[in-house]
Each structure stands twice: as structure tokens, then as C-alpha cells.
Design a binder for this molecule. Structure first.
Ligand code: THU
Length: 128
């Protein structure tokens, strides 16, 4: 795990607030200037207002002024690597475009994809 973005996602996962699912996720998003924006999932008692790690990272980055992105690492402790949910795919597509998505687990298993593979034929502002 010598890639600092992988370490950042695994480290962010430790901050997850997941008392209901006990499923902890971390994300690390690298912007075009090389800055790293992290996120973890944050659950609350309504369940439905839960925020996924990926969207926390994207919105933190946007709120810090970042607008162009290179890649995101997503970390969860599953043998079959955890991909982003449908809602996160939409947000990632709209704010980050066809970036590289790296899925990892704490054991060092890793898979690299592009968002376009995970989210073919997206709806976005080009239709409006
Ligand atoms: N979760 C994420 O944060 N990202 C994913 O890619 C999958 C799901 C969170 C939401 C919820 O807190 C928990 O994992 C179980 O769904």
C-alpha cells in the first residue's frame, strides 16, 4: 500500500460513523492539483439520511474549491471489493467525470476501473 491515496482511504475508513450497519467505508479523492480529499460514511438514527463515504469526499472537495479530479480510492473490509452505490455513481459522474476508481480492502486486494465502466449511459446536464 505505498500509494498515499490508498492509505488515505483506509485511514478515513477508521473515522466511519456506522453504528447501525457496522459497515465502515473510506474514500480518498485526488484533485487535479494533487490534493487529497477524504470521506467516511456517516449514519444517523433515521437511516435514510446516511451519507456514503464517496459523497462526503466529493462534497468536501467541492466546498474547498476543487473542481477537477483524477481518481478516487474506495476502501471497505470485504473480500469481494465494494463498489460505489448508485447514488454515489451519479454524483461522481456529475462532479468528477470519467475518473479512475480504485477499490481496495485492508488486506491489500485492489481493482482499478473507470467510472464509465461502472456507470454506463449516465444522465447528466448534457441532456438539459
Ligand atoms: N456505504 C458507503 O459509504 N459507500 C459505499 O460504496 C457503499 C455503502 C455505506 C452506507 C452505509 O453507511 C453502509 O455503507 C451500509 O450500506
Amino acid at each position: 500500500m505505498s500509494d498515499p491515496l490508498l492509505s488515505a482511504a483506509l485511514e478515513a475508513r477508521r473515522n466511519a460513523v456506522a453504528p447501525f450497519s457496522r459497515f465502515q467505508v473510506g474514500a480518498a479523492l485526488e484533485d487535479a492539483k494533487g490534493r487529497v480529499h477524504t470521506g467516511c460514511n456517516i449514519e444517523n438514527a433515521t437511516y435514510g439520511l446516511t451519507l456514503c463515504a464517496e459523497r462526503v469526499a466529493v462534497f468536501k472537495a467541492i466546498s474547498e474549491g476543487a473542481r477537477k479530479f483524477r481518481r478516487m480510492v474506495i476502501a471497505a473490509d470485504t473480500e469481494s471489493l465494494t463498489p460505489p452505490c448508485g447514488a454515489c455513481r451519479q454524483i461522481l459522474w456529475e462532479f468528477c467525470g470519467d475518473i479512475e476508481i480504485v477499490l481496495v480492502n485492508p488486506g491489500g486486494k485492489k481493482e482499478t476501473l473507470r467510472l464509465g465502466e461502472l456507470f454506463p449511459r449516465p444522465f447528466d446536464a448534457s441532456f438539459l
